[in-house]
Each structure stands twice: as structure tokens, then as C-alpha cells.
Design a protein around this ligand. Sequence first.
Ligand code: ZN
Ligand code: ZN
Length: 308
Amino acid sequence: MNKKRKPINSIQRNKLLDKNGYSCCVCKATNIGLHLHHIDGNPDNNDDSNIAVLCVKEHDKHHRPSQYRDNLNHIELTSERIKQNKDSWENFVLESKKPQPQILAVVNAFGTSENVTTIRLIFQWTNIEKIEFQKDFHHVDIPFKEIPDLILSEIQRFGENIQLIIFDQIETIEHCKNRHGALSRIVNLNYATRIISPDWQNKARCNIFINPIRPSLAICIFFESEKDPIYSVSIHKCGNDFHIHDELNDIKVPFLLNKIRTQLTNLVNSIIFEEWNINPLNILIATGKHDNPTIIDKLYFPKIWEAH
Ligand SMILES: [Zn+2]
Ligand SMILES: [Zn+2]
């Protein structure tokens, strides 16, 4: 029995292509033939939720999996994976068009300082720890001077309001044996809040607590009315270093032996103003007892910081 296929009309086709940014929802390629695939295998089920935009390659991978099983790094393109890709990708394309999208474009460079071999563009979410997709530009394929324009046009094809963050530190390529290529560096979610919030300067507050008897202090940054800080860092004196400790890093920064407190003031200012862009009116500095602190009107560190 030959069933008559209900065709997908051009209005629905265009709507679906638009929802997918005219890209394959699996590999995100755009300059390639795109097919509409029925996820449940039923050609009569033309509901939007059942139709995935796939490039010819991914479409073939799904329908003829045996042709690809010999490939290294082959992951079976199951219906479930197509569905997950479609939902996530359509969400991403929709979000990217918003005036303040919860998405950042991040650039990583790989190689050595003498020889950068790869520039990677990563699209990450800022509300969940997730990379939506990434694209590598290899020096061997593309002259470097063309890469900035390629990156900008790749971002603009989704939305004008996606902010671009460039990690200027060059990452060495660490090959993970379970994954082809190097690991990506993305922006931590709390720091992303500071980048994407347009009214950050009004809504962010900073509390600094200076320990009155030990060379130690803590900085907490709050956003909106949230009780838990989105960032906190403690700094104490450790030998001839400032020991800076936060959720992700544990670093030591050496200081010169005189005017330690001036260097400390500069360090604290660089954290609150340069790194976190806090409005000076929203800073509260306290010292004394933790449960009954004294508010002071400017940074003042006790003499114990200068002791050797
Ligand atoms: Zn594809
Ligand atoms: Zn199909």
C-alpha cells in the first residue's frame, strides 16, 4: 500500500529554516543542502516538533549508520540525539535574537606564543554551563588576517546583541584521548552575569570585610537582592605573597617588602573596579567583629600587614 505523503508547505519550511538559523541543527553548517527530516519516521506527522533541519551529511548518517561506523570518533546519530539537538539549537537561535541574550561568543587561541595554530569561536550559554557549538579556524586553512571578519560574520548571523569575549592567553593544545581536539575555555557563569547585565552598575553591590587583627580580608559581590554572593574572594598574607583564593583559583602574587598596604589597596581596587566594575557608591567596607562590624568609609588595612 502506498501512503500518500502530506507535503510540508513552503510557509512551514521557511518557518522551520528560520527557527534553525538556516543551519543544520546537528553540525550547525549553513552553506550546505538542508533537508527536513521526520524525527519519528512518520512522514504524515508534520508537526513542527517532529521536523528537524539536517544537512545532507547528517541526514545520511542517520539513515545509513552502517556506512559511518568504521570512522574514528563516530557517534551514532539516533532519533533521540536529533531531537535533543533540534530543541537546544532552536532555543539558541531564538535566544540569540533577543536584546540581551543569555549567550556569549568566546574566542580561544591555541598553539604557542610564536605559533598560534587555531582560533576557536565558542557560543556558550550564560545561564547554564553549556557550549552550544564551536567552530575552529585553522591557520593552515585560512590566513589569519581573514579570521576576525569570519568570526564577526559568524556572530552576526545569529544576532547583533551577542557580546564577544576574547581570551588573549594562548592555550596549549591538550589532546584528550576521548575527544578529538583541545579543551575549550569558557566564561564562568557568575562573571557572565557581570558582562551581560545592562544595569550591572546599579544592581551589583560589594562588601569588603577587613580582619582587624590578622592580615586577611574578604570581598563578596552580590547581584540584585540575592543573599548569596555571586563571587567571593579572600586575600591574606602568606610569606612574601598575597594569597588570593576564590572558588576557581588559588594563586599567590608576590609583593615588594615596603608599602605592602599600598600594593594591597591596588590589588583590591583592581578586583572591584577593573574586574568586577562595581559602582563606588555600592561598596560597603567593614571591620571589627564579624557579628557586629564597624562600617568604615574607605579602605584601611591594619599595620599587621606590614609586619615581617
Ligand atoms: Zn549537519
Ligand atoms: Zn530523514
